[in-house]
Design a protein around this ligand. Structure first.
Ligand code: ZN
Ligand code: ZN
Length: 147
């Protein structure tokens, strides 16, 4: 778990949208910034952050922006078993997640091998496998202390 990347600015967010051939709009900038600032946030939390910045924005508008940004590859949507969908801005690096079984906290875990798929299937059934989705589970440091 490392977080060495610098915090992107509004200018960076504009460039990301343009590079993905998306028109730059207030809601898109606000959602990108919210997800960068709150990795693994669920939709409701993102709506809360975006409303804090822009005022009244409909649920549907935020859903639409999340879908467009995910389709464009600017955001990654993850849905750990037993959890609602969550979004993050760390895309394209095959990292995994560790999920706390008690409180649901999520953290990034770098790919064990460095490239996908980082597990070798014992039987590929003739498939050409290019990805393995790994979810580590356990108790986060806070929950360990409270048990
Ligand atoms: Zn926990
Ligand atoms: Zn992540």
């Amino acid at each position: 778990m490392r977080e060495t990347r610098r915090v992107p600015t509004a200018t960076d967010f504009r460039q990301m949208l343009r590079a993905a051939s998306l028109r730059v709009t207030g809601p898109r900038l606000a959602v990108l910034s919210a997800v960068h600032g709150h990795p693994h946030a669920d939709t409701d939390s993102i709506i809360g952050v975006v409303r804090g910045e822009l005022g009244a924005v409909s649920h549907q508008a935020v859903y639409d922006v999340l879908r467009a940004l995910t389709t464009a590859g600017l955001l990654r949507r993850i849905e750990p078993p037993g959890s609602v969908a969550r979004y993050e801005a760390r895309v394209g690096d095959n990292h995994h997640h560790v999920v706390c079984r008690s409180c649901g906290a999520i953290a990034d875990v770098d790919c064990a091998v460095g490239f996908a798929p980082c597990l070798t299937a014992s039987d590929a059934h003739g498939f050409t496998i290019d990805e393995a989705e790994v979810v580590y589970r356990g108790l986060c440091p806070t929950c360990v202390l409270n048990t």
